[in-house]
Design a binder for this molecule. Structure first.
Ligand SMILES: [Zn+2]
Length: 336
């Protein structure tokens, strides 16, 4: 795209300019320089912090100095992805774009609309002298896509505005009021084993078919967590007849809701008895789960590779209690 063909022209003009500047994460010097130069051209004050975030200050227009300040935020880096047949060096080559109907797309690479369109919108506002507004701070954050280093490096009191509009969303015509935080917990539980009675039958319980999904984006949908569900199934069997847990695994990614889990255990009950015992419990769990999870199911089979040892009694109890007590899903909704 050489000349903007869409409206508003200022925004698309900036987006076009941004696409000529390679800006994959960790290669952001050129885009930062462009932003500083553009602010200078617009006669606006800029500040860059140690995390390479850039702040551009657009003072209030006359008569609006008392209005609460607004911070407009976007990140300057983009995700560099391409198809295998496309020759493209994201650190050197401009993004090649073309118009398809009413859409602007890239030629077999990511377009950089995340978050280039936000940066372009901010620049268009900064460049527009016809607007009447209170104090505006443009906050252009660095290195978002890998580790959010810019946002994490923001220093307290660096910004004066009262309201922050983050212009990095994925759904058109939707405004999200609120925020979500994330915490990673790495827990280590020392494991001890004991010999397993070889006369006891061993089973493998596989739980699959849950929807899973992104642990941030989908967390409000109360989707079931396979690890917690399998621990609940284990507890249900254990209540009837003690089990000896050999193995419990589940989940795949740190930021994905676990959609499958599996456990191996020994138990004096027959396979049919365990199934009959689990079915109503599982139906109850599914009824509690979101509509997305209704194809969840479990299979129970005799273990193909019986183990000679299982977790010690104390260790097994601790593990199941730990999983049961670990929070999952929305703890509390804002009533504001
Ligand atoms: Zn983004």
């Amino acid at each position: 795209m050489n000349a903007p063909v869409f409206e508003p022209k200022a925004l698309w003009g900036y987006f076009s300019a941004l696409n000529r500047i390679p800006r994959p994460t960790h290669h952001e010097e050129a885009i930062r320089q462009y932003l500083l130069d553009e602010a200078k051209r617009l006669k606006l004050v800029t500040v860059e912090d140690e995390a390479h975030n850039i702040k551009i200050i657009k003072p209030a227009t006359s008569g609006y100095e008392h209005v609460a300040g607004v911070i407009l935020q976007s990140h300057v880096d983009m995700v560099p992805q391409k198809t295998s047949d496309k020759v493209h060096d994201f650190t050197k080559d401009p993004i090649e774009t073309h118009v398809e109907g009413e859409w602007l797309t890239a030629d077999r690479t990511t377009l950089g609309a995340d978050n280039g369109i936000g940066v372009a919108a901010i620049l268009a506002i900064l460049a527009d002298d016809s607007l009447q507004h209170g104090p505006i701070e443009a906050l252009l954050t660095a290195t978002e896509e890998v580790g959010m280093h810019g946002a994490k490096g923001l220093q307290p009191n660096w910004l004066d505005g009262k309201y922050l509009l983050n212009l990095d969303t994925e759904v058109e015509a939707e405004l999200c009021i609120g925020c979500a935080g994330g915490v990673d917990i790495l827990a280590n539980l020392p494991v001890s084993y004991r010999p397993l009675d070889p006369s006891l039958p061993q089973y493998t319980l596989d739980l699959t078919g849950l929807a899973g999904g992104h642990s941030g984006k989908c967390i409000n949908e109360q989707r079931g967590n396979a690890i917690k569900i399998i621990a609940r199934l284990a507890a249900a069997i254990n209540q009837r007849q003690p089990i000896q847990l050999v193995r419990l695994v589940g989940g795949s990614l740190r930021n994905a809701i676990a959609s499958q889990a599996s456990m191996q255990f020994a138990c004096a009950l027959s396979l049919d008895d365990i199934k009959a015992l689990l079915l109503p419990v599982f139906e109850q769990i599914k009824a509690e789960c979101s509509t997305h999870d209704q194809s969840a199911h479990f299979t129970l089979a005799a273990s193909e590779t019986p183990s000679e040892q299982c977790l010690s009694e104390a260790c097994q109890a601790q593990l199941l209690q730990l999983v049961t007590a670990s929070p999952h899903g929305v703890m509390r909704m804002s009533l504001a």
